[in-house]
Design a protein around this ligand. Structure first.
Ligand code: ITT
Length: 202
């Protein structure tokens, strides 16, 4: 079965490709199907609705079974900000590094034990034939580091997020290790049986 990975974020795409190794699917990216420039307005108020908006738009445009995710980052000391829209945190035109610096700046003076945070990832799958959308949700607890990890790995907020049980940020973990404990990895482990069933029914 062909499966379209509906994301324009290269970091997410790489993680999905690694997470789905060993599942008997032919993975396609938006670029592979000529939808590399397609933009979907994410204007809903929940991760589930935003994931559904993406997955429906990409599956209808491609005619393919599609997965997409919407991810939030919730920092307790900031009353849950960045929240559902971490890609927009700090305003338009910022780089991911600018947004991380903004987050560290807002947390200046907050001690390590009060920097608790969690990533929440909702993965949705849509079948264009039935228009059916199914969601799964994965959570990764952790805390925001005191400073940016300059090791260069990962994407987005990885250089400032330390998952529970680790002394290192997501940036410095090998991808298979991040995927074992991450929000996206946990959601994917629930999504894989659903994808296998869809492939069997094809
Ligand atoms: P798509 O909608 O095309 O998938 P996006 O980057 O806009 O790409 P989101 O709307 O889900 O995706 O935004 C999530 C933001 O949180 C974005 O800035 C990401 O860089 C960041 N993010 C998501 N997953 C992350 C992860 O596993 N580690 C670090 N940052 C992450």
């Amino acid at each position: 079965m062909d499966l379209l990975i509906g994301t324009s974020n290269a970091g997410k795409l790489g993680e999905f490709q690694e997470l789905l190794i060993g599942v008997d699917l032919r993975l396609l990216s938006l670029k592979d199907v000529g939808l590399g420039d397609m933009d979907v307005a994410e204007d809903a108020t929940t991760l589930e609705e935003n994931a559904a908006l993406k997955v429906k738009a990409y599956s209808q445009a491609s005619g393919l079974i599609t997965v997409a995710d919407d991810t939030g980052l919730y920092v307790d000391a900031l009353d849950g900000r960045p929240g559902i829209y971490p890609a927009r945190y700090g305003g338009p035109g910022l780089t991911p590094k600018d947004r991380r610096q903004k987050l560290l700046g807002e947390l200046q003076g907050v001690p390590a034990e009060k920097r608790t945070a969690r990533f929440v990832c909702v993965i949705a799958v849509a079948n264009p034939q039935t228009a059916e959308v199914t969601h799964v949700r994965g959570v990764c607890e952790g805390h925001i580091a005191l400073a940016e990890d300059e090791s260069g790995g990962g994407f987005g907020y990885d250089p400032v997020f330390i998952p529970e049980g680790y002394n290192a940020t997501f940036s410095s973990l090998p991808l298979d290790e991040k995927n074992r404990v991450s929000h996206r990895g946990r959601a994917a482990s629930m999504m894989i049986p659903i994808l296998r069933r869809m492939a069997d029914e094809k």
